[in-house]
Design a protein around this ligand. Structure first.
Ligand SMILES: O=P(O)(O)OC[C@H]1O[C@H](O[C@H]2O[C@H](CO)[C@@H](O)[C@H](O)[C@H]2O)[C@H](O)[C@@H](O)[C@@H]1O
Length: 285
């Protein structure tokens, strides 16, 4: 993607590529123009893994793609808010976005949040589940085959099989059985099954709350949990024809098709998103 002589985002595909009925009657370029007119009332939401950061076999090793942090740094002061909405804990997100002013962090699907560098607040209804999650992580390490990776996140446990794809069905079966036994919930993802407390909180609920007073929002995501966030933007737009909501998928071989079908446009990769945001920052600047 590049900027043409008028400074617009050229070569961005029209919204809803691949969909028969456009969900948003704007091109990406028009959407950014509409955003420029109302930037101070618009929120930019980003998923983290697979969206801002390329996937890595080791979940502890990921880093934001080139240009992403610099572009967000330019965009944030122009927008009403910039928020990262992730299944990662807030502390993990803070380590990767520290120093970026005015960025809100929503972790563990919104069970935790921190506004603009402030303290981390945890959803009180989730706190009694910490010991259950710790025990579940220990059990997973003891019972799952070597090759499965257990990620304990205080209020959730992620069971990974990226480095041993043949284990996927067995790991997923084990996780679903344990969730049923303990009265927990599951969230499927990219070569991962996440087990969570039975507390009503997801990315869609976060987005629905934050956009109540906004005039527009963009959501960038790559995984099935992000489709709930898209739906929240659709609901806000359906209730207010003046609201500009844009849902952007980041392509990937696992969940890419399902997410792209729910989105207005698809970007090739986290690195391409870095380019896209850099061009947007120029356009809004
Ligand atoms: O909501 P997100 O920010 O997208 O988090 C979703 C999951 O992301 C991480 O797992 C994914 O990325 C890993 C690192 O690239 C990769 O190894 C794994 O296969 C992916 O599923 C994270 O580790 C999970 O806890 C999140 O649920």
């Amino acid at each position: 993607m590049s900027r043409d002589s008028r400074g617009t985002l050229s070569r961005v595909p029209p919204l809803n590529v691949g969909n028969h009925q456009p969900l948003t009657p704007l091109s990406a370029d028009q959407a950014w123009r509409a955003t420029a007119d109302r930037a101070a009332d618009t929120v930019l939401f980003f998923d983290f893994d697979g969206t801002l950061a390329p996937v890595d076999d080791d979940p502890t090793a990921v880093q934001p793609a080139p240009k992403v942090l610099a572009a967000i740094e330019v965009l944030a002061p122009a927008m009403q808010r910039v928020a990262i909405v992730s299944a990662r804990p807030v502390d993990f997100l803070r380590d990767h976005f520290d120093g970026l002013d005015g960025v809100d962090l929503y972790g563990l699907y919104g069970l935790e949040h921190s506004h603009s560098g402030g303290e981390t607040v945890t959803e009180p209804a989730a706190l009694p589940w910490v010991p259950t999650m710790a025990e579940l992580a220990d059990l997973a390490r003891a019972e799952l085959p070597a090759g499965a990776l257990v990620e304990f996140k205080r209020l959730s446990v992620a069971l990974h099989w990226r480095t041993a794809p043949e284990l996927g069905p067995a790991v997923e079966r084990w996780g679903r059985e344990q969730a049923e036994r303990l009265g927990l919930r599951v969230q499927a993802g990219r070569m991962v099954l996440e087990i969570k407390p039975p507390v009503d909180r997801d990315k869609g609920m976060v987005i629905g709350e934050v956009v109540r007073t906004a005039a527009g929002a963009w959501y960038f995501g790559d995984d099935v949990s992000d489709i709930k966030a898209f739906a929240a933007l659709r609901a806000r737009a359906a209730a207010d024809p003046d609201f500009v909501g844009v849902c952007v998928a980041v392509a990937n071989p696992e969940t890419g098709q399902e997410v792209a079908e729910a989105a207005d446009l698809t970007i090739d990769s986290p690195a391409a998103l870095g380019d896209f945001l850099t061009a947007a920052a120029h356009q809004l600047g």
